[in-house]
Write a protein that binds this ligand. Sequence first.
Ligand code: BTN
Length: 258
Amino acid sequence: MEDGLNASKIKSDLKTDFIASEILVLDSVDSTQDYVFRHLDKLSNGAVVLAESQKKGKGRLGRIWHSPVGGGIYMSVVLKDSFTPDILSQVALFSSLSLTKYLKSRYGFNFRVRWPNDVLVGHDKIAGVLAVMRDNILTVGMGINVNQNLQILPEAATSLFLITGEEQNRNKIIAQFLNCFEEDFYCWKREGYEYLRKLWEDFASLKGKSVVAQTNSKTIKGVVEDLACDCGLIIRGDMGFNIELNVNELIKIREMFL
Ligand code: BTN
């Protein structure tokens, strides 16, 4: 059996300046995101809040993130910087791409980001990212399926245990990922959208693919051409015109297998 989450074990593998400046490990919580927002004043820049389980784990668009005890990583990272609200979608996408880059370098499988925040391996979801901003402070919530078996995973989801056949050490994964995340964060702070775009070129699942996207008001079909500067998706529609799909209007996007 894998050890439980442990702040000292995580710290022993950390090489960061400010990410994980403090680490809180909770047994059970409603949501690590909500915990952060309740304790925002006390948490330092880079603080990491982890839980063994969440009773009200949150996904994008008010969806539920299933968070039972059983080997998932449920983690929120606090970023206190002079952020403006327009930066939110960049941070959400950047964090999904950084996580994907780490997983691919560590495990070698074909990990990809399905815009804007799903991390997939093959066609199954293995992680999701939710970035929320309040009072110019950002909280990046990440759920990673690590040691869960099929019985406790939702449909169309997989875990690192299922794809490798071996139980994984969550403390090591957290430390190693946070080391990479901080490096990527510095690059993104320096280069901005250009760095994000480089990651997108390497790790986006939908680039050049035929997709069908659902928004509140319309269905868009076409081929994904590019990533817009505001992190929207540029889709070449059936009529040959480019349409920009905004992150905030997206309900669902799927690849079409023609
Ligand atoms: C998604 O795929 O829709 C995003 C899922 C984000 C889940 C994580 S788990 C840790 C943090 N706390 C939450 O309540 N949600 C995020």
